[in-house]
Design a protein around this ligand. Sequence first.
Ligand SMILES: [Zn+2]
Ligand SMILES: [Zn+2]
Ligand SMILES: [Zn+2]
Ligand SMILES: [Zn+2]
Length: 623
Amino acid sequence: MLSTPNSPLPSNKGKSSTGVKPWSQLPPEIIRLIATYYILDVSNSAYYPSTWELREHWPHRIVYSIFRDAFALEKLMTMCPSWGSALEWHHFWSHACCAIDPLDTLAQHTVTQHNNNTSSPQRVSPYHQFRLITQCSCYVCRINNPGSNVGLALAKRAVAVPLMGTILTCREHRKNTYCGLCLRETPPRCDLFTPEVAAVGCIENEDLETWPAVAATCRSCRSEWLWRRMNVAAPDRGTVSGGSSYWSSLDWEVRQSIDAFVEAGEGTLGEILQVAREKHWLNRYTRVRMHMEHALAQQRLDMHSNGYVYENADEDTTAGEIDPDDYETLAMAEELHSVRDMAQSDWARTRILDGLWLSPADDWYGYRPRHTPSAEHPVPWALSTSDAQVHPVPATLRVPPAPTYHLADQLYRVFERQLRKILLPAMQNIIKRIMFQGRAEAMKTVATMELEDVLRALQQAWAWSKDLRRPPVHENDPDPGTPLDDAYSSSKSEASHTTSPVLSTATLQTTPSPPPSEDKREKDGDAESPSEEVPRMNLFTELGPPEPSNLLRDIPYVPTSLQEMPSFSLKAFIEVWRESYAPLFACSCKICERAMLHRDVGDTVRPNDTNYVVPSHPASYPQ
Ligand SMILES: [Zn+2]
Ligand SMILES: [Zn+2]
Ligand SMILES: [Zn+2]
Ligand SMILES: [Zn+2]
């Protein structure tokens, strides 16, 4: 080894090469100075509940912050013994003793120490004095009664609280008599419920999700945590539009749940957020406000005609105005006029009509395809305004998924109902047209049809006729089930292709002839693959454009492809298709006919129940 014994190693604890003492051996004054800055830093950045922010609460706040900062300083003292002994004499501790025991009630126990033979009694360190006081006193008493000696030397039990660690409480301060967060106590309660008790609002904690080990919370803490939680995530900030100052702009249900939570401790923060997010989404993307206004107008009218006098109505407000805080009436109006359902149905309908046939369930699970297929209108000339926009329009595509599972589930159901409402008449038209060739052939055709074929048929104008009429073709086997309208030919100048024998049995038995219509070819000619093996009825030719008066009311933009359609959306589509062809495959035995009869009756009651398939006859659609 080349190192001389006199050259100290840099890591040597005793002395460094520069002659500076290591931090463990700093003089006690310096250690205390460092600690002073440390405490300053801690007390500036540390949190204290807004309960103690009130001006009249500053003595309480001092005691509270001493308990809090003592914890931090003690941590510093455990660094090493030299720091521990130096910091025992930090002025913070004597100051803390002053604040916690302002009347020096316990001073006589702590000042002197039995010293065997020395003449003068020695003081224990202020830190020891502080520990002696806090190890036998009620924290809650001390924080709530600064300037007195209440609760000193009365500690009975130890309790763990979220913000302070373990604290001691006295016999009187059972868990539900003070707020577990800020330690504010309920004012001593006689038999009467005083305004003071109401103001503190210390109530049993229901929200064990947010505060698992807290028995009770006060009004101030509940409100503070609520607004803080609302401000964490950007979407939620928008949800409450900036906090309590925008109270009146909030939806009534959000206000009600916040009220119930803050005032009465009912519900949980999570539930409020759920309600707030749902309402925010509905307000933003549906016309729920408009529907609510209509409902309220109706409600006012009803109340007026029933001779109901609104007790809170002022003279200067409009007669019969409903108080924005009258949650009961508002809830009744929303419920009675099914505002929410109407707004959601409206939204789903608009979405489908715009060509976005994507189920909200797929949106919720994040299955939205990367490229949403564009959509085209099957009857463009029937549009009142022809826009050059690509459908679905960006506004439809931009709608984010529902914020909660609950809302996503509701939207999913509403969407399926609306999709059925819009597509079923058109799909029934397709079946009707297939039926022109007779039942046996029709069953074969349907069995070989692919979903893309159904979609392609929906892209044709004829599918959207109110009353699909049979073209005047000469067939050997006319189907008695389809109406033959006499007025049909008179009103319309026949397009050349309507007379083409597209529906004749000859077409069915051979490879389908190319659609004769030229405009048809232009539109989606390339979609039809030329090498078709399955003989199938040619559904993709025009029947001659339906008259404007013979068009269905709701004609959506039809997506150009189902290829990337995710599972829930596809399922919704298939279900409508299944429903439309189910009668074709229905068994005609007595049992089944009776079942069908029941189904038809039930149909009006439960419009979204599309399960027609008799259990003994499984669905025969080939997938
Ligand atoms: Zn002091
Ligand atoms: Zn106490
Ligand atoms: Zn509190
Ligand atoms: Zn049967």
